[in-house]
Design a protein around this ligand. Structure first.
Ligand SMILES: [Ca+2]
Ligand SMILES: [Ca+2]
Ligand SMILES: [Ca+2]
Ligand SMILES: [Ca+2]
Length: 309
């Protein structure tokens, strides 16, 4: 009996020591959050006098800035496919803004639309088989969806006001967009397929634009002026997908536009007029409003970021 008890004590001590050892192995040196460069790549647009708008790629830390496509025409508003295989973008090389797809390495641009209406803000659906966008038909700007394989266009909104900048909910059931149907721009969602059940998420007298669902489907990021300052410059905001918990993330004195989520929803990238009235950089900020960082910080103009794995 005594021997069994000693063996029990010995085994227990060995287990405790092993747990302490494993716990100490799992510990890492503390890293300051400011030193942590978020993962992934940012696809964005650069604008210069020679070639106008073009599409570029960089690390989320700002390294490896690489041209993907930049002809003498304008290549704009890139959106990465959910599976990371392609980029959708707007190209005006025919004289009309059409939706094209591009491989992630910048090869093989292919037209996806070719009618007589200009299109903007293409966004891949979950599953990458459809692309939402906005266009004006007979003077009415609405949200439309392109079914890529069937080559059909489906009208989502019909209100006579301007309905712009769509973004899909991660389950593909709804599209969020901005509309000025009550006089100033607010954020709305609508059911995909029927275009029914419109829900107004913001209800104020200021301009709210550029909404985008987070990948986890819990938040919508968008642009709105600072609520506390008259004639404020645009700031990055987020709210719950039901319109609650409106939270201002940036508090700077620059014009912030085109926010997008990082793949893990931990960060938001946006373009900001941080370095002067005629200059745009790509910035990032954590989803809790800390760590605002100028990623590009150069003498060039950058816009329309989209953050991918
Ligand atoms: Ca160009
Ligand atoms: Ca409309
Ligand atoms: Ca409003
Ligand atoms: Ca601002």
């Amino acid at each position: 009996m005594k021997l069994d008890k000693m063996r029990y004590v010995f085994v227990m001590a060995a287990i405790v020591l092993a747990v302490i050892y494993l716990a100490s192995c799992g510990k890492k040196d503390p890293v300051s959050p400011e030193e942590t460069i978020p993962a992934g790549k940012i696809i964005y647009v650069k604008n210069d006098i020679t070639n106008g708008y073009g599409i570029y790629s960089m690390d989320a830390g700002g390294g490896n800035q690489t041209m993907l496509i930049d002809t003498e025409d304008d290549e704009m508003v890139p959106d990465c496919a959910c599976d990371g295989s392609k980029i959708a973008f707007i190209w005006n090389k025919s004289g009309i803004n059409q939706i094209y797809s591009l491989n992630m390495d910048g090869t093989n641009p292919e037209p996806l639309t070719n009618d007589q209406t200009g299109k903007f803000s293409p966004r891949w659906s979950p599953g990458d088989f459809m692309i939402a966008f906005h266009r004006a038909v007979d003077g009415n700007t609405d949200i439309w969806v392109l079914h890529i394989e069937r080559e059909t266009l489906i009208q989502i909104t019909t209100d006579e006001a301007a309905d712009i900048t769509p973004s899909w909910s991660p389950d593909g059931s709804r599209i969020v967009f901005a509309s000025n149907r009550d006089g100033d721009y607010d954020i709305y969602t609508v059911a995909v397929g029927t275009g029914a059940d419109p829900v107004k998420l913001t209800n104020d007298t200021v301009v709210n634009v550029s909404p985008q669902y987070s990948h986890n489907g819990e938040w919508i990021v968008y642009i709105s002026p600072d609520a506390d300052i008259a004639e404020s410059d645009p700031e990055v905001f987020k709210m719950r997908v039901d319109g609650s918990e409106i939270t201002q993330l940036t508090h700077n004195t620059f014009e912030d536009f085109s926010p997008c989520w990082s793949p893990d929803d931990g960060w938001i990238a946006y373009r900001s007029r941080v370095t002067g009235p005629a200059r745009y950089d790509i910035l990032r900020i954590r989803a809790d409003g800390t760590g605002e960082t100028n990623i590009t910080n150069n003498q060039e103009n950058q816009a329309w970021p989209d953050w991918t794995n």
